[in-house]
Write a protein that binds this ligand. Sequence first.
Ligand SMILES: COc1cc(/C=C/C(=O)SCCNC(=O)CCNC(=O)[C@H](O)C(C)(C)COP(=O)(O)OP(=O)(O)OC[C@H]2O[C@@H](n3cnc4c(N)ncnc43)[C@H](O)[C@@H]2OP(=O)(O)O)ccc1O
Ligand SMILES: O=C(O)CCC(=O)C(=O)O
Ligand SMILES: [Fe+2]
Length: 356
Amino acid sequence: MPPRDPNSEKIIDFVVNKRNGIKGLVDAGIETVPELYILPVQERLEPNKILTTDYIPVIDVSNWDDPKVIESICQAAGKWGFFQIINHGVPLEVLDAVKEAAHRFFGLPNEERSKYWAGNSPTETVALKTSVVPQAESVLEWKDNLSFRCSPRDLESYPLWPPVCRDEVVKYLQSANPVIRKLLEVLLKGLKVEEINEAREYALTASPILNLNYYPHCPNPDLTVGVGPHSDISAITILLQDDIGGLYVRATDDDSWIHVPPVNGALVINIGDILQIMSNDRYRSIEHRVVANGSKDRVSVPIFANPGADAIFGPLPEVLESGEQPLYKEVVFSDYFKYFFSKRLEGKKAMEFARI
Ligand SMILES: COc1cc(/C=C/C(=O)SCCNC(=O)CCNC(=O)[C@H](O)C(C)(C)COP(=O)(O)OP(=O)(O)OC[C@H]2O[C@@H](n3cnc4c(N)ncnc43)[C@H](O)[C@@H]2OP(=O)(O)O)ccc1O
Ligand SMILES: O=C(O)CCC(=O)C(=O)O
Ligand SMILES: [Fe+2]
């Protein structure tokens, strides 16, 4: 990366080294977007790139066993890699409470919030971060996030989690778990896998991560990026968004994007790289991106259902049984994870790591 100009160095010092985050910069009253956050013109989400003639399906899952529901889920996973679900059983109060908890955490005075800064937190299962790898990025994302590692072992460090949000995080996680399980059962049934045994469960969901994403209002969101185009490395991601909007999914390879409109009580589901690989491309992990809002502070809460660190994954034998050639080799999840973050979420490039 070329050296930064002195003003960008000052911003990095304030946002990263002094642990204020982008939230701290907005609280300080900036009225224009600093150079460090301005995207090159060709990378911005211009209005002519937004497609309004198509939409991501919304699926009512009140009866998971209904063959029409199963078909809609598997079809959406193959076509869009994204869908929303309603009537999933997670109570509205639980969804609202975790979004409020995110606002409460990011509303803490900076000295309180920064106690959890990555590398300084009382437990390595919780880390407050900004952008992705800020020391190495030429343009930073307009986002801070509080990340919780959530395996049963990680949950033992609950007493060290921030009291203003930990109960709501755990409650949401517990309520979302059966939904994650059901979704995986349906999606794997679509791949001819009838039962999720212990080894499969480990390879799909042993190390979940829950993030509280915070996108403070931005003086000029058209110039910036909340989250840059990326696919998730998870098996699947369950995303709770608020009513502000700003999430876009790639519609075509020629750089057009579809908005995912907020639906009260819905969860947005997306297929991650792991399940694309396991399905040998039957399901697709699609790129998505986020634009911050000009006047409101947006929150979102993804749960990434990730394999255990040492889990080995590759195309499933059930998928290959008719003689189909595997498109991917077997990979250890922790290697994939490190590769993904070293590439700074650049689109779907991480998948090259596993491609034959
Ligand atoms: C997992 O499934 C997912 C996840 C996602 C997540 C998307 C995002 O949320 S992107 C924004 C958040 N970023 C991350 O979660 C990056 C995760 N990073 C890592 O796991 C590691 O940092 C690493 C990239 C693998 C590199 O590890 P290492 O070389 O050991 O370096 P570190 O010790 O971690 O970091 C050095 C130093 O920098 C601090 N730091 C690192 N990242 C940040 C940050 N974003 N903000 C602020 N500070 C940061 C770190 O604390 C260290 O500080 P010291 O004080 O100890 O020097 C999407 C989809 C999925 O499926
Ligand atoms: O905030 C959102 O709507 C999506 C965030 C996202 O894509 C992620 O955290 O991986
Ligand atoms: Fe994502």
